[in-house]
Design a protein around this ligand. Structure first.
Ligand SMILES: [Zn+2]
Length: 277
């Protein structure tokens, strides 16, 4: 035969096999930042979740559960300086479960117990920076003095906040399994009736949970739940126990920064002095 291509085949075959292997690796290979661990447990994302209770105009009232307005304002300014973009718990869980996009340096700012001083003192500061938050209310305090009422909650919802349940009566659920149905299910239904919304998440009173309680949170229609912890990494395996970092009264900015990733520089204090109140 005049055209014997066997010599060509013998040269090309190893080359074709090599190129095929490279192509298969490129098409199915995984991005370097996806670790084997994250594949086993689901998507791992780093989003700090802050936990506040009261924001007090009286700085002498600092306590574990009460942060002064002055300190809170400094903390929000720092977050803006560091480039954080507040989102809600629903935004975070929609990212984990559905791949919805998140802004750069996302953070969740949550408030437990539904105190009115959050609306009076924290919201005006957060609005100045376009920050939204998530508030967890105790359902039977909805019409009590000193706590957020329907009108304020509606205003927060209109500004993109999330409102979740903190139980019916703020009972420690792990100590009262017989009350779990009322605390978890009825509080959700009452809040939904009062506000005309679908409640997405629950904050465990006292951050206390066990397998029974967290399984009931799922059974009774919540899509997520938040506790208290010391990490900022989350995955679809932790959606019913999302770790929140507690900000306590009296924390200076260094202590605040230790709760967060991405905090290499502080807003220069001379600048802070000239920021509008
Ligand atoms: Zn609480």
């Amino acid at each position: 035969m005049c055209c014997d291509f066997k010599w060509l085949e013998s040269v090309m075959k190893p080359f074709i096999v090599f190129v095929s292997i490279i192509l298969i690796f490129c098409l199915t290979g995984l991005p370097a930042e996806v670790s084997a661990e994250s594949l086993e447990k689901g998507r791992v994302v780093t989003v700090p979740i802050l936990l506040y209770h009261r924001i007090s105009s009286d700085s002498s009232a600092d306590s574990r559960y009460s942060v002064s307005v002055i300190d809170f304002k400094d903390q929000m300014e720092q977050l803006r300086y560091w480039g954080y973009s507040p989102i809600t718990i629903k935004d975070l869980v929609d990212h984990i479960n559905r791949g919805h996009s998140l802004p750069r340096r996302p953070i969740v700012i949550t408030f437990d117990d539904g105190y009115l001083d959050v609306f009076d003192n924290a919201v005006p500061i957060m609005e100045r920076y376009g920050f939204t938050g998530t508030v967890y209310i105790v359902a039977n305090r909805l019409n009590s003095d000193g706590f957020l009422q329907v009108e304020e909650l509606q205003e927060l919802l209109n500004h993109g906040w999330e409102v979740g349940s903190h139980g019916m009566t703020h009972t420690e659920l792990t100590q009262n399994h017989t009350l779990v149905r009322n605390e978890i299910l009825r509080s959700r239904l009452d809040i939904e009736d009062a506000l005309g919304i679908k409640v997405f998440s629950l904050a465990y009173p006292f951050g206390s949970l066990d397998i029974y309680v967290s399984s009931k949170v799922f059974d009774y229609g919540y899509r997520a739940a938040v506790g208290v912890g010391n990490i900022s990494n989350h995955s679809n395996g932790t959606v019913y126990n999302l770790s929140r970092r507690e900000v306590q009264g009296g924390f200076d900015l260094e202590a605040f920064a230790e709760l967060l990733p991405w905090t290499n520089h502080f807003l220069p204090s001379p600048l802070r002095k000239y920021l509008p109140d």
